[in-house]
Design a protein around this ligand. Structure first.
Ligand SMILES: *Cc1c(COP(=O)(O)O)cnc(C)c1O
Length: 343
């Protein structure tokens, strides 16, 4: 089965499992897991921050940052199709007690002008803007990458208004590998940065939150405990994360090449519309025009032929490349789509 539903479906490789089996562990609630500590140091250094905190998921990472950086009753500016808006079960309201202020991005990316317009006036009756979140790469926007200059311009506006910044960098290293901008150059503009080990980096679970503010780190640690995200001998998971950071960052370029390869194959199919030029990293969206197959039927027919994709709308599909799909598998995936639509 060729599974292009998500880059979360990767399974730990034998070498990663070996590292997990050998991991030295301790009770991380006491700060005594040496492997977690090493992962936190390594992760912080990779993004040029002083410290990092290991959390079970990217969702928890985002939510702890919202909780720690914005008081309940404040407003948080986000792009309208961001993960925080669509896929975190309303946690921003339910748990952090903040109100989300949606801005319409272009393929998920927002501009400094939009941020300026979204920040509330500092008067006695307006809700106050506390925080701005940027998603890089932007998942629903098609794996899109922020130009560094856009982030710099947004930071200037945010700072002028005393608004803090968080980067949901679930796929930050896809952005880094694609743009050539270093993780540190992106991260320096944010109070907090999260990134997932469990997406394209191939670990089974875990994310890191990085920051320069050690007081904030302690607040994040307390909220992690409150939210039930503090773990004990988590070094077994952290070892997978360390392995991922060491071996699986540069190779993300292969996933990007495979996504472009797939886009080129799909473009040749008459019933498919896709813009290969819009494929920035490892996520691609394409539309299917078939009078014969509904979207659920299309996805089911692909599955019969050994290909899994996600239907994300009336005629739109999403495919995500990752370290468990080879260039060969991509060629076969393209053939399967062509065959199913030709029948
Ligand atoms: C996957 C993802 C997350 C976090 O997801 P978890 O499944 O909770 O680890 C956060 N933001 C974005 C943009 C994502 O794609």
């Amino acid at each position: 089965m060729i599974d292009l539903r998500s880059d979360t479906v990767t399974k730990p490789s034998p070498a990663m499992r070996e590292a997990m089996a050998r991991a030295e562990v301790g009770d991380d609630v006491y700060g005594e897991d040496p492997t977690v500590n090493r992962l936190q140091e390594r992760g912080a250094a990779l993004v040029g921050k002083k410290a990092a905190l290991f959390v079970p998921s990217g969702t928890l990472g985002n939510q702890l940052c919202l909780r720690a950086l914005a008081e309940p009753g404040r407003e948080v500016i986000v792009e309208r199709h961001s993960h925080i808006v669509r896929y975190e079960q309303g946690a921003a309201g339910a748990l952090a007690g903040v109100q989300l202020h949606w801005v319409n991005g272009t393929q998920g990316l927002i501009t400094a002008e939009q941020v300026e317009a979204a920040i509330r006036p500092k008067d006695a009756y307006s809700i106050q803007s506390a925080l701005l979140c940027i998603e890089n790469t932007h998942n629903a926007g098609g794996g899109t990458v922020y130009p560094l200059s856009t982030i710099q311009a947004i930071r200037t506006v945010a700072s002028a208004h005393g608004v803090l910044m968080h980067m949901d960098g679930a796929r930050l290293f896809n952005a880094v590998v694609s743009s050539g901008v270093s993780a540190t150059d992106y991260a320096r503009h944010f109070e907090t940065v999260t990134f997932c080990l469990s997406k394209g980096l191939g670990a089974p679970a875990g994310s890191l939150i990085a920051t320069d503010d050690l007081g904030l780190l302690e607040r994040l640690r307390r909220f992690r405990r409150m939210y039930g995200g503090a773990m004990r001998q988590a070094g077994i998971l952290a070892a997978a994360g360390l392995y991922a950071l060491e071996h699986n960052i540069q190779r993300l370029a292969e996933d990007h090449a495979n996504a472009r390869r797939l886009a080129t194959l799909l473009q040749q199919i008459p019933a498919v519309s896709i813009n290969p030029g819009a494929v920035a990293t490892n996520i691609l969206f394409f539309d299917v025009h078939s009078s014969r197959l509904s979207m659920p039927d299309f996805v089911a027919a692909l599955k019969q032929e050994g290909l899994l994709l996600s239907a994300v709308g009336g005629k739109t599909c999403r495919a995500v490349t990752h370290l468990d799909v080879s260039a060969d598998a991509i060629q076969r995936a393209g053939d399967i789509v062509a065959r199913v639509l030709r029948r």
